[in-house]
Design a protein around this ligand. Structure first.
Ligand SMILES: O=c1ccn([C@@H]2O[C@H](COP(=O)(O)OP(=O)(O)O[C@H]3O[C@H](CO)[C@@H](O)[C@H](O)[C@H]3O)[C@@H](O)[C@H]2O)c(=O)[nH]1
Ligand SMILES: [Mn+2]
Length: 767
């Protein structure tokens, strides 16, 4: 029952942690100011005790780290937490329709059975079925997936009535049937009827699984990922089975495989989403969209109603673009050695941004307002020509922009034919789908430029309102699209109910983690070094603190990889050569360095503990910070720089979602799996060997020279690196299993370390 007096949601702040954060930031800032003073005054000394180059490298690294730390304080300014009251929503017939967009790209890396579980769980959301439309985009163009959809639809006819009549809380069949008996959240566990029905459903489920897993081997069945025509099929009921309930109670289910041709760039996931946006626009045209990755099960059915608590709140709905749920994962191990839960993002940063203008759009688990992707065109005023320039030539689609939802979906053959045209690879040519942020104004408003653009403000606002849909400029399309929405004045909210709404699969081996890390770093840095750099572009268009948050996210991979490479090598080489880079123990500045180091570590520890982590979590995150900085952050940043210079093409390798049993075993034991590409392993092993050698050499030298006082910091630094990364040391020396570091990698890394020693020796000889 709707109740106009009671709020649909509440927002709370944690004042205690806000005060701690501000205190810490204050003292840490003062210490950093002393550090800068100490380093700068060195530059003005007449006789310098150490060579200038390593000193400058270390100073530059300290400045970069301090800067990125400083702008990251914006997250801690005002973190908020939200509660919702879905029971206060209006009656079902007044709820707005939702189109669910699920993307899959590759049946080999994304097994069809799992993808269909996502589809089924989305169909089973607790929402009026006639108001729910589920679309699957298949970039693989694979008959296997289409076949899976038909089978999933058949199974849905059993699964949905079962879930509804027994109030099942876990609506993803795979998760439901793999959970221990009686833990399915149902109140009917003692009823015989329930047990009998459950048994029957389990039988149907096993048949469904069998049918999808026993795949035909011929290549055609798997499809051609890069070259195929567009196929749009509304999945229909073809079987003659009798059912408990009428199938009209099932949400509409549509298979969409856009046309892909080698001659056209298809813009990866963002391209797929834009096709879904258009095709669904002419079919169901729901005002809200739930975006899901193919592995993101809607385990709990209540997310749609929870999200509507924000979207239907009249006080905020006009400017609310999306409600974001956290990504949670069903396969994160007890030790979570790869930070699968992405603690800092979903456990901290998103809350912080929620207290400003809203969290980052996270690619999956968001309820987005369709209108927000149509720029200013959704409002009245634009003429037909302008609309066609922006959205392409389809009249039907253009009509949909201003039309309300089509009840239950328009499935006439004309509409489906048009949807196919909208999914063709040439449709976007010369339109504003996904790109041209800010430049289109000079193209088609040229004639009357002076008339309509009288002030500078007009230029900016008209410019950035041009582009439509999900954006193509970055492979982190979610991050960039959300950022531009915030730039346009839209807001977002973050909702983290105690029972997870969505569960995906995380990366459970080092290789997949780092490959994904390269893509994310590259996508972020692409934004960070472009003219959309949030620190400049964003600060003019959104709250200053929000632009700092976006700035930190868009730049951190670059700002971590350079300093961490420096701290992993320069002080160590200097230690070996007896060059001191830090104040001696007796100097008051020693205390400053000690304070900064401990304050950073302890603050990280406090954050981990207060967000439910343990000391082990803290160690894992420190280790990953180092590992990623010397590998994926570096490669991702280089990739982005090369793309920006036009030296490289963008690429999006979908993350592997197939579990390798042997690797899973290593993962569950909490051991790092070093069966990774040498491109990742060599830098890691290189750093470890370098640190160990320099430590031994440096200590020996210090024993002879007796300058402990001067060299202490440089002795402690490699010790800290080796302790945090002792798992790599073990991988090199003691481990015998498959996941150890292969001896050939150790040999290659040793050669590189020797080359570096030779280089540093020559540079001291010829100085
Ligand atoms: O050409 C492509 C490539 C990928 N995908 C789909 O995109 C989704 C995300 O891909 P995945 O390989 O799982 O990447 P992740 O790194 O795990 O995904 C995170 O990062 C992406 C941006 O890099 C976001 O799009 C995702 O939502 C976010 O979960 C999957 O469903 C894919 O099927 C496509 O539809 N077409
Ligand atoms: Mn994924």
């Amino acid at each position: 029952m709707e109740n106009h007096d009671l709020p649909l949601h509440l927002c709370h702040a944690n004042n205690f942690s806000i005060i701690i954060n501000k205190f810490h930031a204050f003292f840490h800032c003062i210490a950093l100011a002393f550090l800068v003073y100490y380093r700068t005054s060195f530059l003005f000394q007449e006789t310098r005790p150490a060579p200038i180059i390593p000193w400058l490298l270390v100073f530059a690294s300290e400045l970069l780290l301090s800067f990125i730390w400083f702008i990251g304080r914006a997250y801690h300014w005002n973190p908020v937490y939200r509660t919702v009251f879905p029971e206060r929503l209006p009656d079902d017939d007044k709820l707005p329709a939702i189109d669910v967009f699920i993307c899959t790209a590759d049946p080999e890396k994304e097994p069809t059975f799992e993808v269909m579980n996502t589809v089924l769980s989305a169909m089973a959301l607790d929402y009026p079925p006639e108001q729910l439309h589920v679309y699957l985009s298949d970039d693989g163009g694979s008959p296997k997936t289409l076949h899976g959809m038909r089978e999933a639809y058949k199974f849905a006819k059993w699964w949905l009535p079962f879930c509804r009549s027994y109030g099942i809380k876990t609506r993803c069949p795979l998760i439901y049937f793999s959970a221990p008996e009686y833990q399915d959240g149902s109140n009917y566990v003692d009823s015989d009827q329930f047990m009998a029905d459950k048994l029957k459903i389990k039988e149907k489920y096993d048949m469904f699984k069998e049918c999808l897993k026993s795949s035909k081997e011929d290549g055609e069945y798997w499809g051609n990922k890069r070259d195929h025509p567009s196929i749009i099929e509304v999945i229909q009921d073809t079987s003659s089975e009798t059912l408990q309930e009428d199938h009209t109670n099932l949400p509409l289910l549509v298979y969409v495989s856009r046309e892909k041709r080698l001659s056209h760039s298809h813009h990866f996931k963002a391209g797929a989403l834009n096709v879904l946006l258009r095709a669904s626009g002419v079919i169901s045209n729901s005002p809200y969209i739930l975006g899901l990755d193919c592995d993101m099960y809607c385990v709990d059915p209540s997310s749609a109603r929870q999200a509507m608590c924000f979207h239907l709140d009249r006080k905020i709905s006009a400017s609310l673009a999306y409600v974001q749920f956290p990504q949670k994962f069903h396969d994160v191990g007890e030790h979570d050695i790869y930070d699968g839960q992405l603690r800092s993002a979903y456990g901290m940063i998103w809350y912080g941004m929620d207290g400003l203008t809203g969290p980052v759009l996270s690619g999956t688990g968001y309820y987005l307002k369709r209108e927000s992707l149509y720029g200013h065109f959704a409002q009245e005023g634009a003429d037909l020509l302008e609309l066609k320039n922006s959205f392409g030539s389809s009249n039907l689609f253009i009509k949909s922009i201003r039309q309300n939802i089509v009840d239950g979906g328009n499935l006439s053959s004309t509409v489906l034919q048009e949807a196919k045209v909208l999914a063709s690879s040439a449709y976007e040519s010369n339109t504003e789908w996904g790109e041209k942020v800010g430049i289109c104004i000079y193209e088609h408003k040229d004639d009357n430029l002076t008339n309509c653009l009288s002030t500078k403000h007009d230029v900016i606002s008209t410019c950035f309102l041009c582009q439509v849909g999900f954006l193509y400029q970055s492979v982190a399309e979610d991050f960039f699209t959300g950022f531009i929405l915030h730039c346009k004045g839209w807001k977002s909210t973050y909702l983290t109910p105690s029972r997870p709404q969505f569960l995906g699969s995380s990366t459970t081996n080092l290789n997949d983690l780092l490959i994904q890390g390269i893509r994310w770093s590259s996508g972020l840095i692409e934004v960070g070094i472009s003219r959309f750099c949030p620190l400049i572009y964003g600060s003019l268009r959104m709250s200053f603190l929000q632009s700092l948050c976006y700035g930190e996210l868009a730049l951190f991979p670059l700002f971590y990889c350079l300093p961490l490479w420096c701290f992993a090598t320069v002080p160590q080489l200097c230690l070996l050569n007896g060059i001191s880079l830090y104040p001696e123990v007796s100097s008051p500045f020693f205390m400053i360095f000690a304070f900064i180091f401990l304050s950073a570590l302890l603050k990280h520890l406090q954050e981990v503990l207060s967000t439910g982590g343990s000391i082990e979590t803290w160690r894992n995150e420190q280790r990953l910070w180092m590992i990623k900085s010397v590998t994926s952050h570096l490669y991702g940043s280089l990739d982005a720089i090369m793309k920006t210079l036009g030296l490289r093409q963008a690429s999006f390798q979908p993350t592997n979602k197939v579990l390798d049993e042997e690797q899973a075993k290593i993962y569950r034991m909490g051991k790092l799996d070093f069966q990774t590409s040498p491109m990742f392993l060599v830098p890691m092993v290189f750093v470890i060997i370098l640190n160990a050698t320099c430590l031994v050499g440096g200590i020996t030298r210090t024993v002879f020279v007796g300058n402990w006082d001067k060299m202490l910091v440089q002795i402690l630094l490699p010790i800290y690196i080796l302790i945090i990364n002792h798992a790599i040391v073990e991988g090199i020396i003691t481990r015998k299993d498959k996941g150890r570091v292969s001896p050939s990698v150790t040999r290659i890394s040793t050669v590189f370390v020797n080359l570096l020693f030779l280089g540093s020796l020559l540079s001291t000889v010829f100085k």
